[in-house]
Write a protein that binds this ligand. Structure first.
Ligand SMILES: O=C(O)CCC(=O)C(=O)O
Length: 272
């Protein structure tokens, strides 16, 4: 869409909906993207999510771990390892077209976690404002990390839809509280939608005042220089068959050289 303007020599195209989303993330720090899944598929994934939550909890208990006492009760770490059907969400085609625009041709999965925002106003560990690269206060001229937060349930005002402070990734410090209350936006979306966030935009879940849990999956993708939350190649091993391009996204082949000799041998291999 070409708007009337004057004195403007440069502009960004919006040839496709994904171009507009790309620019929205750069400018505002967030956008939304429909994953294109059927209601039947979303119902199946919902059942699998609950099954994964239960297996995860039981396994932890068998290992003598009290997830609540270590603030891990609302999270299913590496959800697709529990239920491989969730790899389909990790590798969603339109999401990766957008990630390619935002992060360039080489980025890796840093983490993928099931998140449970429990009903009846329970405390939720993601309900405080934060960045997904925590403790960082730099700004960057382009995105370094993107969170694709997948809504498995609809995100509503009542059940704790994510709050965002638009454009806050352009500022180093957390903005003043009055500004936040004037400008924060609660992003309500139908189930099956990704809320795509620049990881440096301040955001937070909200208290779930409904009776039902609100389930979501976060997918953080970063440039390969940033280390993964879990070292996925070792955690996943060779148990699932991935394509070459998927392996690259999961961080296979990125391990640091363990010695100068290893480094030199790899250079010699490249030269031969
Ligand atoms: O659950 C939410 O609404 C927010 C999740 C979140 O803050 C995160 O994944 O970093």
């Amino acid at each position: 869409m070409q708007l009337d303007r004057y004195g403007v020599l440069e502009g960004k195209p919006d040839d496709t909906a994904l171009d507009t989303m790309d620019e929205e993330v750069r400018l505002l720090g967030f956008t939304t993207l429909d994953a294109g899944l059927t209601e039947t598929k979303l119902d199946q994934l919902s059942d699998l999510f609950d099954r994964a939550a239960s297996t995860y909890r039981v396994r932890a208990a068998e290992q003598g771990l009290d997830l609540k006492s270590i603030a891990e009760n609302d999270t299913i770490r590496l959800l697709p390892k529990e239920e491989p059907a969730f790899w389909e969400i990790v590798f969603n085609k339109n999401l990766h077209v957008l990630l390619n625009k935002l992060l360039g041709g080489y980025y890796i999965l840093n983490q993928v976690n099931g998140l449970i925002n429990r009903g009846n106003g329970s405390e939720y560990h993601q309900s405080k404002y934060h960045r997904d690269l925590p403790y960082q206060h730099f700004t960057s001229s382009r995105p370094l990390a993107i969170n694709a937060l997948f809504a498995l349930d609809p995100f509503t005002l009542e059940n704790g839809a994510t709050r965002v402070i638009p454009a806050s990734h352009h500022r180093e410090a957390f903005p003043p509280g009055t500004l936040v209350s004037r400008n924060e936006k609660q992003v309500t979306v139908p189930r099956g939608t990704f809320i795509v966030l620049d990881c440096m935009v301040y955001h937070a879940g909200s208290s779930n005042r409904s009776k039902r849990d609100r389930r979501a999956i976060n997918h953080v993708f970063t440039i390969p220089l940033i280390r993964q939350q879990l070292h996925l190649p070792s955690t996943l091993g060779e148990e699932v068959e991935f394509t070459e391009s998927q392996r690259r996204t999961l961080g296979y082949g990125l391990e640091e050289y363990r010695s100068v000799d290893e480094w030199l041998a790899s250079r010699a291999g490249m030269a031969s």
